[in-house]
Design a binder for this molecule. Structure first.
Ligand code: CAA
Length: 266
């Protein structure tokens, strides 16, 4: 699929036609999320979610910066009532990314700070370049993260590590980010994009409905108590018995052994 905004494009990876790339491209401001970039990210998330030919997604901001945060210049003079609206737009856009019902990886090269780190947190996986820097520096601006950072970061790395990053606002290098579980893989800077694509391209031939159910079940389950989570799991698990891929997968196992099924994604 192709979807072109002024600052955000949805492209198809050159080698893997089922991998869509949400490319954020506002280089003069290190891809800072102004209202328009935010809106275009939400549109891109809706587009890749709806397009059945897209089986997995890469978020990428180019080599210098993933995203250096929400646009400080645009926010600086806003008041309380305006920020209530503005922050709703930001949170909704990043939640639209988090809810893309397909595997999503953030390819982090350069800075992923503030809203940029929060965008990366909305992905399922994070691949970072060796020189990447991540963090939530909002406290140094006299505020707190407002695009999911106080919620998604502690769920990923635990409350004490999250509070360390949120209270200090310090930048974390890729290696430390790997050690605390903030990123999943560190590669040479020039390999970030390819490594991110490789991480999700493998899902292109997978059982798409089951992958969506797996993502939804893990994410919704983390937001609720164990009993409710188990019920979400049971319902999704049972629901997959209405798919072609469940029949193919189990029949293939019985006839030819494990791991040989060819899925249709239906
Ligand atoms: N908002 C607006 N403009 C930004 C920006 C941001 N978040 N980050 C960078 N820019 C702009 C700079 O102002 C500069 O513009 P000019 O050329 O017009 O002066 C341009 O991008 C290049 O940046 P620098 O010259 O600062 O580049 P550098 O290499 O010296 O430093 C940096 C890079 C360390 C990332 C530094 O730009 C920086 O600290 N940026 C801000 C990081 C930040 O605080 N992010 C959090 C934002 S608040 C937030 O995100 C709230 C939320 O939770 C929703």
């Amino acid at each position: 699929m192709e979807l072109v905004g002024e600052f955000v494009r949805v492209e198809t990876d050159e080698e893997h036609s089922a991998v869509a790339v949400i490319r954020i491209d506002r280089p003069k401001a290190l891809n800072a999320l102004n209202a328009q970039v935010t809106r275009e990210i939400a549109e891109a998330a809706a587009g890749v979610s709806a397009d059945a030919s897209v089986r997995s997604v890469v978020l990428y901001g180019g080599e210098r910066a993933f995203v250096a945060g929400a646009d400080i210049k645009e926010m600086a003079d806003l008041g309380h009532a305006q920020m209530l609206e503005y922050s709703r737009g930001l949170q909704n856009a990043l939640t639209a990314v988090a809810r893309i019902p397909k595997p999503v990886v953030a390819a982090v090269s350069g800075y992923a700070l503030g809203g940029g780190c929060e965008l990366a947190l909305a992905a399922d996986f994070r691949v970072a370049g060796a020189k990447a820097k991540l963090g939530l520096p909002e406290i140094t601006l006299g505020v707190i993260p407002g695009a999911g950072g106080t919620q998604r970061l502690p769920r990923l790395v635990g409350p004490a590590r999250a509070k360390d990053l949120i209270f200090t606002g310090r930048h974390v290098r890729a290696q430390e980010a790997l050690e605390i579980g903030l990123v999943d893989e560190v590669v040479a800077d020039e390999e970030v994009y390819a490594a991110a694509v490789a991480r999700v391209a493998r899902f292109a031939d997978g059982p798409a409905v089951a992958l969506a159910a797996a993502k939804e079940t893990v994410d919704r389950g983390l937001e609720t108590d164990l009993d409710s989570g188990l019920e979400i799991e049971r319902l999704h698990f049972s629901g997959l018995f209405a798919t072609e891929d469940q029949k193919t997968g189990m029949r293939s196992f019985i006839e030819r052994g494990p791991g040989k099924a060819e899925f249709s994604g239906r």
